[in-house]
Design a protein around this ligand. Structure first.
Ligand SMILES: NC(=O)c1ccc[n+]([C@@H]2O[C@H](COP(=O)([O-])OP(=O)(O)OC[C@H]3O[C@@H](n4cnc5c(N)ncnc54)[C@H](OP(=O)(O)O)[C@@H]3O)[C@@H](O)[C@H]2O)c1
Length: 286
């Protein structure tokens, strides 16, 4: 079968364009001279998952989509149907590790939304690639855990569990390869970092790189929920996040996978590379 690559000359729609992976995907595409649209609620191309009236304008004329779900309700099937109607040729979906394993995230609903999204992407008839990363390293500097790192204490219900802390730059490299190169259609890449580290080990490495004390304090789910409630989160949001953390505590994230090697033919970046990038500059400017 001859591959129809007409769509490759059209812009790539990057959803989640201000996020940890989306902004890196966008930068890499632009460095390569690939036209790309930055889409999210606060981006140049206004796009809101919860407002389907914003979907058509970002999809119109796009050739490929980097799809960052942010929906508890599974909206991806409807979005994928619109992408097909607009003549999109390829979708690279950011999903998450373990979504195909019952109970991996407790009964958290957006794991189900990810899986429903994957099914829609795979059944779309488009070229597709699914990325299933574990916990991101960049959570400590840009994401969910950055505030706690700044405050010097990581208080999480993760026990002494380890994770592989994939570098967002590796996810972006895989996404860009899948968006722009042949050979990734029909692949589901389970992405991990290069080594397993507990949160105590992570805190020690960040402390050493940043030149200031950061420690890990394991807490119960109830203590974590109380912390979050104290910061203005709702009970539901707090319990949802505890569920997202729970695979670390259960040891589910303590496994290295080969997705980066399969997609890129190289090893994932090491966590030491991440802390150097994210925290040594902080120490230099202290
Ligand atoms: N963080 C991790 O460790 C991890 C691990 C595995 C999988 N994932 C998956 O990665 C995805 C992204 O999560 P993340 O925590 O890493 O966040 P992120 O990509 O760093 O940030 C979220 C992005 O989504 C956009 N966004 C948020 N709400 C939106 C809405 N209603 N409509 C349109 N865009 C919206 C945000 O931009 P605006 O605010 O401008 O809209 C931002 O660009 C999720 O599906 C998550 O399950 C994350």
């Amino acid at each position: 079968m001859t591959e129809n690559t007409e769509y490759t000359t059209r812009p790539v729609l990057v959803t989640g364009a201000t996020g940890m992976t989306g902004r890196r995907v966008l930068a890499r595409l632009r460095e390569r001279g690939v036209p790309a649209r930055a889409a999210s609620r606060s981006s140049e191309w206004a796009f809101d998952w919860s407002d389907p009236a914003t979907w058509d304008q970002v999809l119109e004329g796009a050739g490929a989509v980097y799809l960052v779900q942010n929906d508890v309700d599974p909206r991806t099937p409807a979005f994928v149907a619109r992408a097909v109607a607009h003549g999109v040729g390829r979708i690279v979906q950011l999903s998450a590790r373990g979504v195909d394993v019952p109970g991996y995230y407790g009964d958290r609903e957006d794991a189900i939304a990810h899986l429903v999204g994957e099914e829609a992407v795979k059944a779309s008839g488009l070229e597709w690639t699914v990325l299933r990363p574990g916990w991101f390293a960049h959570n400590f500097s840009e994401g969910l855990l950055a505030d706690q790192v700044r405050a010097g204490v990581l208080r999480l219900p993760a026990g002494d569990g380890a994770a592989s802390w994939i570098d967002a730059r590796d996810i972006a490299d895989v996404a860009v390869a899948a968006l722009t190169e042949p050979g990734h259609h029909g692949r589901t890449y389970v992405l991990s970092g290069a080594r397993l580290l507990t949160l105590a080990e992570v805190a020690a490495r960040i402390s050493a790189a940043a030149g200031r004390a950061v420690r890990y304090e394991p807490v119960s789910v109830e203590e974590y929920v109380a912390d979050r409630r104290g910061q203005g989160w709702t009970e539901e949001e707090s319990r949802e996040m505890a569920m997202v953390i729970s695979p670390i505590e259960r040891g589910n994230e303590a496994e290295l996978t080969t997705g980066v090697q399969e997609a890129l033919g190289r090893e994932p970046r090491d966590f030491s590379d991440y802390v150097a990038e994210a925290f040594e500059r902080e120490a230099e400017h202290a």
